[in-house]
Design a protein around this ligand. Structure first.
Ligand code: NAD
Length: 477
Protein backbone atom coordinates (compact mmCIF):
# COMPACT_ATOMS: atom_id res chain seq x y z
CA UNK A 1 0.00 0.00 0.00
CA UNK A 2 1.30 3.46 -0.92
CA UNK A 3 0.49 6.69 0.91
CA UNK A 4 0.51 10.37 0.11
CA UNK A 5 3.67 12.17 1.12
CA UNK A 6 2.94 15.40 2.98
CA UNK A 7 5.31 17.36 5.26
CA UNK A 8 7.90 14.57 5.08
CA UNK A 9 5.48 11.89 6.28
CA UNK A 10 3.53 9.10 4.61
CA UNK A 11 -0.16 9.76 5.23
CA UNK A 12 -3.36 8.00 4.14
CA UNK A 13 -6.06 9.93 2.31
CA UNK A 14 -8.92 11.17 4.45
CA UNK A 15 -11.25 9.48 1.94
CA UNK A 16 -10.22 6.01 3.14
CA UNK A 17 -10.33 4.94 -0.53
CA UNK A 18 -7.61 3.49 -2.72
CA UNK A 19 -6.88 2.90 -6.42
CA UNK A 20 -5.41 -0.41 -7.67
CA UNK A 21 -2.14 -0.20 -9.62
CA UNK A 22 -1.88 -2.50 -12.65
CA UNK A 23 1.32 -3.85 -14.19
CA UNK A 24 0.90 -3.12 -17.94
CA UNK A 25 3.07 -6.14 -18.82
CA UNK A 26 0.48 -8.61 -17.46
CA UNK A 27 -2.54 -6.49 -16.53
CA UNK A 28 -2.43 -7.71 -12.91
CA UNK A 29 -2.85 -5.59 -9.77
CA UNK A 30 0.38 -5.28 -7.80
CA UNK A 31 -0.12 -2.32 -5.44
CA UNK A 32 -2.56 0.38 -4.29
CA UNK A 33 -2.35 4.15 -4.03
CA UNK A 34 -4.49 6.62 -2.12
CA UNK A 35 -7.59 7.96 -3.86
CA UNK A 36 -7.22 11.42 -2.40
CA UNK A 37 -9.67 14.30 -2.33
CA UNK A 38 -9.86 18.07 -1.83
CA UNK A 39 -9.19 17.76 1.93
CA UNK A 40 -5.87 16.02 1.22
CA UNK A 41 -4.89 18.74 -1.23
CA UNK A 42 -5.76 21.34 1.38
CA UNK A 43 -3.52 19.57 3.90
CA UNK A 44 -0.64 19.48 1.38
CA UNK A 45 -1.05 23.15 0.46
CA UNK A 46 -1.02 24.17 4.12
CA UNK A 47 2.10 22.09 4.75
CA UNK A 48 3.74 23.65 1.71
CA UNK A 49 2.90 27.21 2.82
CA UNK A 50 4.29 26.45 6.26
CA UNK A 51 7.51 25.05 4.74
CA UNK A 52 7.85 28.10 2.50
CA UNK A 53 7.33 30.69 5.18
CA UNK A 54 9.34 29.08 7.97
CA UNK A 55 12.33 27.53 6.16
CA UNK A 56 12.54 27.52 2.37
CA UNK A 57 12.24 31.28 1.81
CA UNK A 58 14.95 31.85 4.41
CA UNK A 59 17.53 29.55 2.79
CA UNK A 60 20.16 31.21 0.61
CA UNK A 61 20.15 30.27 -3.06
CA UNK A 62 23.47 28.41 -2.77
CA UNK A 63 22.15 26.34 0.15
CA UNK A 64 19.05 25.49 -1.90
CA UNK A 65 21.36 24.37 -4.68
CA UNK A 66 23.33 22.14 -2.30
CA UNK A 67 20.12 20.40 -1.22
CA UNK A 68 19.07 19.82 -4.83
CA UNK A 69 22.53 18.41 -5.57
CA UNK A 70 22.28 16.08 -2.58
CA UNK A 71 18.98 14.81 -3.97
CA UNK A 72 20.55 14.30 -7.41
CA UNK A 73 23.31 12.17 -5.87
CA UNK A 74 20.80 10.23 -3.80
CA UNK A 75 18.71 9.52 -6.92
CA UNK A 76 21.84 8.22 -8.67
CA UNK A 77 22.57 6.00 -5.66
CA UNK A 78 19.00 4.62 -5.90
CA UNK A 79 18.81 4.62 -9.72
CA UNK A 80 18.40 0.85 -10.03
CA UNK A 81 15.59 0.82 -7.45
CA UNK A 82 13.77 3.77 -9.06
CA UNK A 83 14.20 2.27 -12.51
CA UNK A 84 12.70 -1.05 -11.34
CA UNK A 85 9.71 0.77 -9.80
CA UNK A 86 9.06 2.78 -12.99
CA UNK A 87 9.55 -0.28 -15.19
CA UNK A 88 6.76 -2.16 -13.43
CA UNK A 89 4.49 0.85 -13.02
CA UNK A 90 4.69 2.02 -16.66
CA UNK A 91 5.72 -1.15 -18.54
CA UNK A 92 8.97 0.46 -19.70
CA UNK A 93 11.76 -1.72 -21.09
CA UNK A 94 14.77 -1.69 -18.74
CA UNK A 95 16.87 0.56 -21.01
CA UNK A 96 14.15 3.23 -21.05
CA UNK A 97 13.50 3.04 -17.28
CA UNK A 98 17.25 3.35 -16.63
CA UNK A 99 17.47 6.35 -18.97
CA UNK A 100 14.55 8.00 -17.14
CA UNK A 101 16.18 7.53 -13.72
CA UNK A 102 19.43 8.99 -15.08
CA UNK A 103 17.52 11.95 -16.54
CA UNK A 104 15.82 12.58 -13.18
CA UNK A 105 19.21 12.77 -11.46
CA UNK A 106 20.50 15.05 -14.24
CA UNK A 107 17.56 17.47 -13.87
CA UNK A 108 18.31 17.93 -10.17
CA UNK A 109 22.03 18.29 -10.95
CA UNK A 110 21.32 20.94 -13.60
CA UNK A 111 18.89 22.91 -11.43
CA UNK A 112 21.16 22.58 -8.37
CA UNK A 113 23.78 24.54 -10.29
CA UNK A 114 21.23 27.08 -11.53
CA UNK A 115 19.84 28.15 -8.12
CA UNK A 116 22.36 30.93 -7.46
CA UNK A 117 22.61 32.15 -11.05
CA UNK A 118 19.15 33.62 -11.49
CA UNK A 119 19.87 37.35 -11.60
CA UNK A 120 17.73 40.44 -11.96
CA UNK A 121 18.76 43.57 -13.87
CA UNK A 122 19.47 47.22 -13.21
CA UNK A 123 17.70 49.58 -15.60
CA UNK A 124 18.84 53.12 -16.55
CA UNK A 125 16.04 55.54 -15.69
CA UNK A 126 15.47 59.18 -14.64
CA UNK A 127 18.23 61.19 -13.02
CA UNK A 128 18.27 60.50 -9.28
CA UNK A 129 16.67 57.06 -9.58
CA UNK A 130 17.97 53.51 -9.36
CA UNK A 131 15.79 50.78 -10.80
CA UNK A 132 16.34 47.08 -10.35
CA UNK A 133 14.38 43.88 -10.95
CA UNK A 134 14.07 40.86 -8.67
CA UNK A 135 13.09 37.39 -9.77
CA UNK A 136 10.81 36.16 -6.99
CA UNK A 137 9.32 32.66 -6.64
CA UNK A 138 5.55 32.36 -7.13
CA UNK A 139 5.28 30.61 -3.74
CA UNK A 140 3.43 27.27 -3.69
CA UNK A 141 3.48 25.71 -7.16
CA UNK A 142 1.14 22.90 -8.22
CA UNK A 143 2.42 20.21 -10.62
CA UNK A 144 0.08 17.87 -12.49
CA UNK A 145 2.04 15.08 -14.15
CA UNK A 146 1.13 12.40 -16.74
CA UNK A 147 1.95 8.68 -16.68
CA UNK A 148 4.21 8.41 -19.69
CA UNK A 149 7.44 9.72 -18.14
CA UNK A 150 6.75 10.28 -14.41
CA UNK A 151 10.40 10.63 -13.35
CA UNK A 152 11.49 12.80 -16.28
CA UNK A 153 8.53 15.16 -16.12
CA UNK A 154 8.77 15.44 -12.34
CA UNK A 155 12.50 16.27 -12.70
CA UNK A 156 12.03 19.02 -15.21
CA UNK A 157 8.97 20.57 -13.59
CA UNK A 158 9.64 20.22 -9.85
CA UNK A 159 13.43 20.65 -10.27
CA UNK A 160 12.96 24.04 -11.93
CA UNK A 161 10.29 25.18 -9.47
CA UNK A 162 12.36 24.32 -6.39
CA UNK A 163 15.49 25.91 -7.87
CA UNK A 164 13.57 29.16 -8.34
CA UNK A 165 12.61 29.11 -4.64
CA UNK A 166 9.10 27.66 -4.78
CA UNK A 167 7.69 24.79 -2.71
CA UNK A 168 5.67 22.12 -4.50
CA UNK A 169 2.44 20.15 -4.33
CA UNK A 170 2.54 17.37 -6.91
CA UNK A 171 -0.41 15.41 -8.35
CA UNK A 172 1.05 12.53 -10.35
CA UNK A 173 -1.00 10.37 -12.73
CA UNK A 174 -3.23 7.67 -11.25
CA UNK A 175 -1.78 5.13 -13.73
CA UNK A 176 1.87 5.54 -12.72
CA UNK A 177 3.24 7.45 -9.75
CA UNK A 178 5.16 5.08 -7.47
CA UNK A 179 8.65 6.33 -8.37
CA UNK A 180 7.68 9.86 -7.34
CA UNK A 181 6.47 8.77 -3.90
CA UNK A 182 9.89 7.16 -3.41
CA UNK A 183 11.75 10.26 -4.63
CA UNK A 184 9.88 12.37 -2.07
CA UNK A 185 11.13 10.03 0.69
CA UNK A 186 14.68 10.33 -0.66
CA UNK A 187 14.36 14.12 -0.61
CA UNK A 188 13.43 14.00 3.09
CA UNK A 189 16.39 11.70 3.75
CA UNK A 190 18.87 14.20 2.25
CA UNK A 191 17.45 17.02 4.37
CA UNK A 192 14.60 18.65 2.45
CA UNK A 193 12.62 20.60 5.07
CA UNK A 194 9.08 19.40 5.78
CA UNK A 195 6.50 20.83 3.38
CA UNK A 196 8.88 21.66 0.53
CA UNK A 197 7.87 18.65 -1.57
CA UNK A 198 4.41 17.11 -1.15
CA UNK A 199 2.78 14.40 -3.24
CA UNK A 200 -0.94 13.65 -3.33
CA UNK A 201 -2.20 10.79 -5.51
CA UNK A 202 -5.62 10.19 -7.01
CA UNK A 203 -7.84 10.76 -10.02
CA UNK A 204 -7.52 13.87 -12.14
CA UNK A 205 -11.17 14.92 -11.96
CA UNK A 206 -11.04 14.69 -8.16
CA UNK A 207 -7.65 15.56 -6.77
CA UNK A 208 -6.17 17.23 -9.91
CA UNK A 209 -9.21 19.47 -10.14
CA UNK A 210 -8.98 20.26 -6.40
CA UNK A 211 -5.33 21.25 -6.84
CA UNK A 212 -6.11 23.55 -9.78
CA UNK A 213 -8.93 25.21 -7.78
CA UNK A 214 -7.09 25.64 -4.49
CA UNK A 215 -6.58 29.35 -3.66
CA UNK A 216 -3.26 28.54 -1.97
CA UNK A 217 -1.67 27.38 -5.24
CA UNK A 218 0.22 30.30 -6.80
CA UNK A 219 1.21 28.73 -10.16
CA UNK A 220 0.25 25.54 -12.00
CA UNK A 221 2.52 23.48 -14.21
CA UNK A 222 0.40 21.02 -16.19
CA UNK A 223 1.75 18.32 -18.49
CA UNK A 224 -0.89 16.22 -20.18
CA UNK A 225 -3.56 16.24 -22.85
CA UNK A 226 -4.89 19.37 -24.59
CA UNK A 227 -8.44 18.63 -23.35
CA UNK A 228 -7.43 18.63 -19.68
CA UNK A 229 -5.10 21.59 -20.34
CA UNK A 230 -8.18 23.59 -21.36
CA UNK A 231 -10.06 22.55 -18.20
CA UNK A 232 -7.15 23.57 -15.98
CA UNK A 233 -6.78 26.91 -17.74
CA UNK A 234 -10.49 27.64 -17.25
CA UNK A 235 -10.34 26.76 -13.56
CA UNK A 236 -7.14 28.73 -12.98
CA UNK A 237 -8.50 31.74 -14.85
CA UNK A 238 -11.23 32.12 -12.18
CA UNK A 239 -8.57 33.34 -9.77
CA UNK A 240 -5.99 34.56 -12.34
CA UNK A 241 -3.48 31.87 -11.42
CA UNK A 242 -0.65 31.56 -13.99
CA UNK A 243 -0.42 28.25 -15.85
CA UNK A 244 2.31 26.56 -17.87
CA UNK A 245 0.91 24.02 -20.32
CA UNK A 246 3.00 21.21 -21.78
CA UNK A 247 0.51 19.41 -24.01
CA UNK A 248 0.62 16.94 -26.85
CA UNK A 249 2.12 16.88 -30.33
CA UNK A 250 1.82 15.45 -33.83
CA UNK A 251 5.40 16.06 -34.72
CA UNK A 252 6.67 15.69 -38.31
CA UNK A 253 9.93 14.11 -39.42
CA UNK A 254 10.75 15.73 -42.78
CA UNK A 255 13.21 13.87 -45.00
CA UNK A 256 14.68 15.56 -48.09
CA UNK A 257 16.24 13.56 -50.92
CA UNK A 258 19.76 14.76 -50.02
CA UNK A 259 19.51 13.48 -46.40
CA UNK A 260 21.95 11.06 -44.81
CA UNK A 261 19.53 8.15 -44.64
CA UNK A 262 21.90 5.95 -42.63
CA UNK A 263 21.59 8.52 -39.83
CA UNK A 264 17.89 9.27 -40.42
CA UNK A 265 16.43 5.74 -40.49
CA UNK A 266 17.30 4.65 -36.91
CA UNK A 267 16.34 8.07 -35.53
CA UNK A 268 12.96 8.01 -37.33
CA UNK A 269 12.23 4.51 -36.01
CA UNK A 270 13.30 5.38 -32.46
CA UNK A 271 11.23 8.58 -32.45
CA UNK A 272 8.01 6.60 -32.86
CA UNK A 273 8.78 3.41 -30.92
CA UNK A 274 10.42 4.95 -27.84
CA UNK A 275 8.16 4.34 -24.85
CA UNK A 276 5.81 2.47 -27.24
CA UNK A 277 4.96 5.75 -28.97
CA UNK A 278 3.58 7.24 -25.74
CA UNK A 279 5.77 10.31 -25.98
CA UNK A 280 4.53 13.87 -26.45
CA UNK A 281 7.40 14.56 -28.86
CA UNK A 282 6.99 11.27 -30.79
CA UNK A 283 7.84 11.75 -34.47
CA UNK A 284 4.46 10.40 -35.55
CA UNK A 285 4.22 11.90 -39.06
CA UNK A 286 6.81 11.11 -41.72
CA UNK A 287 7.09 13.52 -44.66
CA UNK A 288 9.35 12.17 -47.44
CA UNK A 289 10.46 13.98 -50.63
CA UNK A 290 8.91 12.22 -53.64
CA UNK A 291 12.23 11.16 -55.22
CA UNK A 292 13.10 8.92 -52.25
CA UNK A 293 9.59 7.97 -51.09
CA UNK A 294 9.59 4.32 -52.22
CA UNK A 295 13.21 3.45 -51.34
CA UNK A 296 12.97 5.05 -47.88
CA UNK A 297 9.65 3.34 -47.13
CA UNK A 298 11.23 0.01 -48.13
CA UNK A 299 14.14 0.58 -45.73
CA UNK A 300 11.84 1.61 -42.93
CA UNK A 301 9.56 -1.35 -43.61
CA UNK A 302 12.50 -3.72 -43.08
CA UNK A 303 13.39 -1.92 -39.85
CA UNK A 304 9.78 -2.10 -38.56
CA UNK A 305 9.54 -5.83 -39.30
CA UNK A 306 12.52 -6.45 -37.04
CA UNK A 307 11.00 -4.62 -34.03
CA UNK A 308 9.96 -6.77 -31.08
CA UNK A 309 7.38 -6.00 -28.38
CA UNK A 310 7.16 -7.77 -25.03
CA UNK A 311 7.10 -7.55 -21.23
CA UNK A 312 9.13 -4.69 -19.76
CA UNK A 313 11.56 -7.09 -18.10
CA UNK A 314 12.52 -8.62 -21.48
CA UNK A 315 13.95 -5.21 -22.46
CA UNK A 316 12.92 -5.41 -26.13
CA UNK A 317 12.36 -2.51 -28.55
CA UNK A 318 8.94 -1.78 -27.06
CA UNK A 319 7.08 -2.64 -23.87
CA UNK A 320 3.28 -2.66 -23.46
CA UNK A 321 1.00 0.39 -23.60
CA UNK A 322 -0.01 1.81 -20.23
CA UNK A 323 -3.53 0.38 -19.98
CA UNK A 324 -6.31 -1.38 -21.82
CA UNK A 325 -8.09 1.83 -22.83
CA UNK A 326 -4.89 3.10 -24.46
CA UNK A 327 -4.59 -0.19 -26.37
CA UNK A 328 -8.21 0.17 -27.49
CA UNK A 329 -7.48 3.75 -28.60
CA UNK A 330 -4.68 2.53 -30.89
CA UNK A 331 -6.88 -0.29 -32.24
CA UNK A 332 -9.59 2.26 -33.06
CA UNK A 333 -7.13 4.38 -35.07
CA UNK A 334 -5.90 1.30 -36.95
CA UNK A 335 -9.41 0.14 -37.76
CA UNK A 336 -10.18 3.65 -39.06
CA UNK A 337 -7.12 3.26 -41.31
CA UNK A 338 -8.58 0.04 -42.72
CA UNK A 339 -11.95 1.67 -43.36
CA UNK A 340 -10.18 4.48 -45.26
CA UNK A 341 -8.13 1.95 -47.30
CA UNK A 342 -4.87 3.27 -45.91
CA UNK A 343 -2.11 0.73 -46.67
CA UNK A 344 0.19 -0.77 -44.10
CA UNK A 345 3.87 -0.96 -45.12
CA UNK A 346 5.04 -3.12 -42.24
CA UNK A 347 4.44 -4.15 -38.66
CA UNK A 348 6.72 -5.40 -35.87
CA UNK A 349 5.89 -8.44 -33.76
CA UNK A 350 4.59 -9.07 -30.24
CA UNK A 351 6.70 -11.94 -28.87
CA UNK A 352 5.08 -15.23 -27.84
CA UNK A 353 6.20 -14.75 -24.21
CA UNK A 354 3.97 -11.63 -23.85
CA UNK A 355 1.00 -12.51 -21.56
CA UNK A 356 -2.42 -12.23 -23.23
CA UNK A 357 -3.52 -10.04 -20.33
CA UNK A 358 -0.80 -7.39 -21.07
CA UNK A 359 -1.49 -4.29 -23.19
CA UNK A 360 0.67 -4.93 -26.25
CA UNK A 361 0.63 -3.30 -29.67
CA UNK A 362 2.93 -4.06 -32.61
CA UNK A 363 4.57 -0.95 -34.12
CA UNK A 364 2.93 -0.10 -37.43
CA UNK A 365 4.05 1.89 -40.50
CA UNK A 366 1.26 3.27 -42.70
CA UNK A 367 1.68 4.97 -46.09
CA UNK A 368 -0.09 7.67 -48.14
CA UNK A 369 -2.08 8.85 -45.14
CA UNK A 370 -4.18 11.88 -46.21
CA UNK A 371 -3.15 14.99 -44.29
CA UNK A 372 -6.72 15.63 -43.12
CA UNK A 373 -7.29 12.07 -41.82
CA UNK A 374 -7.47 11.88 -38.03
CA UNK A 375 -4.40 9.61 -38.08
CA UNK A 376 -2.49 12.68 -39.24
CA UNK A 377 -4.33 15.17 -37.05
CA UNK A 378 -4.88 13.57 -33.63
CA UNK A 379 -2.42 12.08 -31.19
CA UNK A 380 -2.52 8.28 -31.37
CA UNK A 381 -0.11 8.02 -28.43
CA UNK A 382 0.97 4.61 -29.61
CA UNK A 383 3.58 3.18 -32.04
CA UNK A 384 1.92 4.20 -35.33
CA UNK A 385 3.89 6.12 -37.95
CA UNK A 386 2.02 7.81 -40.83
CA UNK A 387 4.05 8.41 -44.02
CA UNK A 388 3.22 10.76 -46.89
CA UNK A 389 5.23 12.31 -49.74
CA UNK A 390 5.91 15.96 -50.59
CA UNK A 391 6.83 17.71 -53.86
CA UNK A 392 9.18 20.45 -52.73
CA UNK A 393 10.21 22.54 -49.73
CA UNK A 394 7.08 24.74 -49.73
CA UNK A 395 4.87 21.65 -49.81
CA UNK A 396 6.85 20.12 -46.92
CA UNK A 397 6.35 23.28 -44.82
CA UNK A 398 2.62 23.34 -45.61
CA UNK A 399 2.14 19.68 -44.57
CA UNK A 400 4.36 19.98 -41.50
CA UNK A 401 2.38 22.93 -40.13
CA UNK A 402 -1.06 21.55 -41.04
CA UNK A 403 -2.14 20.29 -37.60
CA UNK A 404 -3.43 21.94 -34.42
CA UNK A 405 -0.16 21.01 -32.69
CA UNK A 406 3.25 22.66 -32.71
CA UNK A 407 5.67 20.83 -30.45
CA UNK A 408 8.70 19.46 -32.36
CA UNK A 409 9.85 19.09 -35.98
CA UNK A 410 12.70 16.92 -37.27
CA UNK A 411 14.37 17.93 -40.54
CA UNK A 412 16.82 15.74 -42.46
CA UNK A 413 18.85 17.52 -45.17
CA UNK A 414 22.49 18.27 -45.96
CA UNK A 415 21.62 21.68 -47.51
CA UNK A 416 22.75 24.30 -44.97
CA UNK A 417 20.59 27.16 -46.29
CA UNK A 418 17.55 24.89 -46.30
CA UNK A 419 18.27 23.85 -42.71
CA UNK A 420 17.86 27.48 -41.60
CA UNK A 421 14.83 28.15 -43.82
CA UNK A 422 13.07 25.06 -42.50
CA UNK A 423 13.89 25.90 -38.89
CA UNK A 424 12.43 29.36 -39.42
CA UNK A 425 9.28 28.12 -41.16
CA UNK A 426 8.28 25.44 -38.66
CA UNK A 427 5.48 26.57 -36.30
CA UNK A 428 6.61 24.70 -33.23
CA UNK A 429 8.66 24.99 -30.05
CA UNK A 430 11.79 23.13 -31.15
CA UNK A 431 13.37 21.99 -34.39
CA UNK A 432 15.95 19.22 -34.63
CA UNK A 433 18.08 19.22 -37.78
CA UNK A 434 19.78 15.92 -38.68
CA UNK A 435 19.03 14.54 -35.21
CA UNK A 436 15.93 13.96 -33.10
CA UNK A 437 16.15 14.65 -29.39
CA UNK A 438 19.47 12.93 -28.74
CA UNK A 439 20.99 13.19 -25.27
CA UNK A 440 17.84 13.92 -23.28
CA UNK A 441 18.17 17.69 -23.62
CA UNK A 442 17.86 18.62 -19.94
CA UNK A 443 19.62 21.91 -20.77
CA UNK A 444 17.35 22.77 -23.72
CA UNK A 445 14.19 24.85 -23.23
CA UNK A 446 11.14 22.77 -24.20
CA UNK A 447 7.50 23.53 -24.92
CA UNK A 448 4.99 24.16 -27.64
CA UNK A 449 2.86 26.59 -29.60
CA UNK A 450 -0.81 26.25 -30.65
CA UNK A 451 -2.49 23.23 -29.00
CA UNK A 452 0.88 21.95 -27.78
CA UNK A 453 0.72 24.52 -25.01
CA UNK A 454 2.65 27.55 -23.85
CA UNK A 455 5.44 28.36 -21.47
CA UNK A 456 8.78 26.57 -21.38
CA UNK A 457 10.23 23.97 -19.04
CA UNK A 458 13.73 22.42 -19.06
CA UNK A 459 16.89 24.45 -19.35
CA UNK A 460 17.54 27.76 -17.63
CA UNK A 461 14.52 29.27 -19.39
CA UNK A 462 12.19 27.30 -17.08
CA UNK A 463 13.34 29.40 -14.13
CA UNK A 464 11.80 32.52 -15.65
CA UNK A 465 8.42 30.76 -15.79
CA UNK A 466 8.73 29.65 -12.17
CA UNK A 467 9.33 33.22 -10.98
CA UNK A 468 7.57 36.53 -11.17
CA UNK A 469 9.44 39.78 -11.82
CA UNK A 470 9.32 42.62 -9.31
CA UNK A 471 10.53 46.05 -10.40
CA UNK A 472 11.93 48.26 -7.65
CA UNK A 473 12.39 52.00 -8.39
CA UNK A 474 14.29 53.98 -5.74
CA UNK A 475 14.47 57.81 -5.77
CA UNK A 476 17.63 58.88 -4.02
CA UNK A 477 18.69 62.06 -5.81
P1 NAD B 1 -4.27 13.58 -19.11
O1 NAD B 1 -4.43 14.99 -19.53
O2 NAD B 1 -5.44 12.70 -19.15
O3 NAD B 1 -3.68 13.46 -17.64
C1 NAD B 1 -2.57 14.20 -17.23
C2 NAD B 1 -2.69 14.50 -15.75
O4 NAD B 1 -3.83 15.34 -15.56
C3 NAD B 1 -2.93 13.25 -14.89
O5 NAD B 1 -2.23 13.40 -13.66
C4 NAD B 1 -4.43 13.29 -14.65
O6 NAD B 1 -4.83 12.65 -13.47
C5 NAD B 1 -4.68 14.77 -14.55
N1 NAD B 1 -6.06 15.18 -14.83
C6 NAD B 1 -6.99 14.55 -15.58
N2 NAD B 1 -8.16 15.23 -15.56
C7 NAD B 1 -7.97 16.31 -14.78
C8 NAD B 1 -8.80 17.40 -14.37
N3 NAD B 1 -10.08 17.52 -14.76
N4 NAD B 1 -8.25 18.36 -13.57
C9 NAD B 1 -6.97 18.28 -13.18
N5 NAD B 1 -6.14 17.26 -13.51
C10 NAD B 1 -6.63 16.29 -14.32
O7 NAD B 1 -3.08 13.05 -20.03
P2 NAD B 1 -2.45 11.61 -20.02
O8 NAD B 1 -3.34 10.71 -20.78
O9 NAD B 1 -2.07 11.21 -18.66
O10 NAD B 1 -1.08 11.90 -20.82
C11 NAD B 1 -1.03 11.90 -22.18
C12 NAD B 1 -1.04 13.31 -22.74
O11 NAD B 1 0.00 14.09 -22.15
C13 NAD B 1 -0.76 13.33 -24.22
O12 NAD B 1 -1.60 14.25 -24.83
C14 NAD B 1 0.69 13.76 -24.29
O13 NAD B 1 1.10 14.29 -25.51
C15 NAD B 1 0.77 14.72 -23.17
N6 NAD B 1 2.17 14.93 -22.73
C16 NAD B 1 2.77 16.11 -23.04
C17 NAD B 1 4.09 16.33 -22.69
C18 NAD B 1 4.77 17.64 -23.04
O14 NAD B 1 5.80 17.94 -22.47
N7 NAD B 1 4.26 18.43 -23.94
C19 NAD B 1 4.79 15.34 -22.01
C20 NAD B 1 4.14 14.15 -21.71
C21 NAD B 1 2.81 13.96 -22.07
Amino acid sequence: MQYNYIANASVPSSSGKTIAMLDPSDGQTFDEIQRSNAADIDMAVQAARQGLVTVWSKLGAAERGRLLMRLSLKITEHAAELSAIEQRDCGKPTKQANADAAALARYFEFYAGACDKLHGETIPYLDGYSVLTWREPHGVTGHIIPWNYPMQIFGRSVGGALAAGNVCVVKPAEDACLSLLRVAQLAAEVGFPAGVLNIVTGYGHEVGDALARHPGIDHISFTGSPVVGTLITQVAAQRHCPVTLELGGKSPQIVFADADLDAAVPAIVNAIVQNAGQTCSAGSRLLIEQAIYEPLLARLGTAFEQLRVGPASMDLDLGPLIRQSQQQRVWDFLSDAQVANISMVAQGKVVDEAPESGFYQAPTLLRDVPIDHRLNQDEVFGPVLCAMSFKDEDHAVELANATQFGLVAGVWTRDGARQFRMAKNMRCGQVFINNYGAGGGVELPFGGVKSSGHGREKGFEALYGFTTLKTVAIKHG
